[in-house]
Design a protein around this ligand. Structure first.
Ligand SMILES: [Zn+2]
Length: 329
């Protein structure tokens, strides 16, 4: 199966860019300040429904459009979210008033928590508007998988690949500006774009859990591994696996070395998936509390920067040995 994207050049010396298909916010890159919300986005009244005053802009209530909420079923299908945090999740998506930051392109839909924009040279506004309930559902599924709720609106934009600020990136999460962008050409596989979307929205849930500062200095293994893990069944379905253990075994059998710190040498997607498998191992055998402490202990994007020894009493290498043994069991 062709990779979703090209691999990006890593820049660990500068500790700014997590190489890969799905780049999260690079530290130290200057961002334009969020513009005022578009006037159209402020013009909504209280009633939920289609807006006739803004014919190109559809306000969508996903909960009312879904035939069935399969989130719980998805959650129950695998070892998953932190139970205490899961208890905070409401039964239905909730509407957050206001608007996310203004993006370029056209604002075409609002869901409960997402402002959805489309640029030129990518999927059509009609395609994306039709997918809007599914985009909210992706966020919803992420929340169930992870047990972390998004508390603010996020602007999500679809743009052509050349529009990416990081060459070759298919998605970028600007977590300190409440926006996420996905880069695909119009003729490309929209299902893959949805998996990228899930990954970028997952970075926003990471930020929700740990705060912006901790996320910015998070160890890449944990930062990208967790965001990939949060997408759960959606990513696994794309690669034809049912669990992260199975996916690790598939990569091993395909000849990908089971090395964590240097995983990106063998392709960004391979790296993200190995890291997700490792994150799953840590969660499965050591629990959430230690994992959260580990994530927050990161000192930079450098792979291995987190304090594995201090949190687990074992080095990254020792934990990786355990993970490899688990894959080989
Ligand atoms: Zn990412």
């Amino acid at each position: 199966m062709p990779r979703i994207t090209q691999r990006l050049a890593a820049s660990f010396a500068a500790l700014v860019v997590a190489a890969g298909v799905f780049a999260a916010l690079p530290v130290g890159v200057v961002r334009p300040a969020a513009a005022s919300p578009q006037a159209a986005a402020r013009s909504f009244g209280g009633a939920r429904g289609l807006l006739d005053a803004q014919p190109s802009l559809t306000r969508i209530i996903s909960a009312e459009l879904r035939a069935a909420d399969d989130s719980q079923q998805l959650f129950a299908s695998a070892f998953s979210a932190a139970p205490d945090l899961l208890a905070q999740l409401p039964d239905r998506p909730f509407w957050i008033d206001g608007s996310g930051p203004r993006l370029r392109g056209e604002l075409i839909a609002q869901t409960e928590r997402l402002d959805i924009y489309v640029g030129i040279g990518t999927f059509s506004p009609e395609q994306i508007a039709a997918l809007a309930p599914q985009l909210e559902q992706i966020l919803r599924d992420n929340e169930y998988w992870y047990g972390q709720r998004l508390s603010h609106r996020v602007s999500l934009g679809f743009f052509r690949p050349a529009a990416a600020e990081i060459n070759g990136a298919r998605g970028i999460a600007y977590t300190d500006h409440d926006r996420a962008e996905v880069y695909f050409a119009g003729g490309e596989d929209i299902d893959r774009a949805l998996v990228v979307t899930a990954h970028e929205l997952a970075h926003h849930l990471e930020k929700e859990r740990f705060g912006n500062e901790a996320q910015k200095r998070a160890d890449t293994i944990l930062h990208e591994g967790l965001a990939t893990w949060i997408t759960g069944g959606r990513w696994l379905a794309m690669v034809g696996a049912s669990t992260w253990q199975e996916r690790g075994q598939q990569l091993r059998d395909a000849g990908v070395p089971l090395r964590l710190a240097t995983a990106e040498q063998y392709g960004a997607n391979n790296a993200y998936e190995l890291w997700a498998s490792f994150v799953h191992y840590l969660l499965r055998f050591y629990g959430w509390e230690k994992f959260d402490t580990l994530y927050a202990s990161g000192r930079s994007r450098y792979p291995g920067s987190a304090d594995y020894q201090g949190v687990y009493g074992k080095s990254l290498n020792e934990l990786a040995d355990e993970w490899r043994a688990w894959l080989n069991s």
